[in-house]
Design a protein around this ligand. Structure first.
Ligand SMILES: Nc1ncnc2c1ncn2[C@@H]1O[C@H](COP(=O)(O)OP(=O)(O)OP(=O)(O)O)[C@@H](O)[C@H]1O
Length: 246
């Protein structure tokens, strides 16, 4: 569970997030959209404890002591160029104190979950396409089996088809691992396809403009995107965002 109560953030005397009240249940998937620079990344950084709030409170209750609380998937895959695919995926487990053997075995286990092939395991990042690098980055988060997964526009640099496939894979991973997901994106269709709720933020200083429920059942198939209901919701959210982007 994530609970923000009158959460606010100022940086260098400038108000970034004015006030934010929010409750996210364990296992929920929430997408965050809003005008550029409104504070979406800052919100994720506060959840990850990388940024201290200026006021209000932000509480995470992560019940399972056997799973790490948070993993963060950034827009840039940030892989270590001298480590192979498998070694990059195994890295967080090694840093958490697992033996190299254990970490490598766990890393092998998640390769196919993110759409990587067995013969990709010994490739270096320089040998991979942008989409494959992002899959490795995703695997490196998934292998930790975190309780909360934070995504900061991970697929912004990818083409539409690849992005859609990765969205489908993320939902499968979410159903398997049941972390709480927070996903920042500028893509309205992506936000709706992935989430249970879409949080629309206003321009700076940011507040919540609206929280929109996404009524589609799981598992969600690719064909959902061409349904009338999906396109109606996309249109509504796009209008909302236009109103918020000055
Ligand atoms: N360390 C910092 N020092 C100064 N200003 C900062 C810092 N971090 C964020 N900001 C400012 O806070 C505001 C919000 O930034 P943030 O990256 O959270 O927005 P965003 O909504 O994620 O943007 P985008 O959609 O463009 O990625 C921006 O105006 C940014 O310049």
């Amino acid at each position: 569970m994530i609970v923000a109560d009158s959460l606010n953030l100022s940086i260098d005397g400038q108000s970034i997030i004015e006030t934010l009240d929010l409750q996210i249940a364990a296992g929920e998937f929430v997408a965050i959209v809003g005008p550029s620079g409104c504070g979406k990344t800052s919100l994720l950084r506060m959840v990850a404890d990388l940024q201290r709030p200026s006021g209000g409170s932000l509480k995470l209750s992560v019940a399972d002591r056997d799973r790490p609380p948070i993993a963060y998937v950034f827009q840039d895959p940030t892989l270590l160029p001298w480590r192979t695919v498998l070694e990059n995926i195994a890295l967080p487990l090694e840093l958490a104190g697992k033996s190299r053997g254990e970490a490598t075995a766990a890393a092998s286990g998640v390769l196919s979950m993110v759409g990587l092939r067995d013969d990709d395991r010994n490739k270096l990042p320089a040998m991979l396409s942008g989409g494959m690098r992002m899959r490795v980055s995703l695997a490196r988060a998934v292998v930790m089996q975190p309780q909360i997964m934070l995504f900061d526009e991970p697929f912004a640099a990818l083409d539409d088809l690849l992005r859609s496939r990765l969205n489908e894979q993320i939902l499968q991973l979410w159903q398997q691992q049941r972390w709480t997901g927070l996903f920042v994106t500028h893509n309205v269709s992506e936000a709706i396809f992935l989430s249970n709720r879409v949080l629309v933020m206003t321009d700076r200083p940011a507040r919540i403009a609206e929280i929109v429920d996404v009524p589609f059942d799981h598992p969600r198939e690719a064909s959902l995107r061409s349904s009338i209901e999906f396109n109606r919701l996309t249109e509504r959210l796009t209008q909302l965002l236009r109103g918020e982007a000055k």
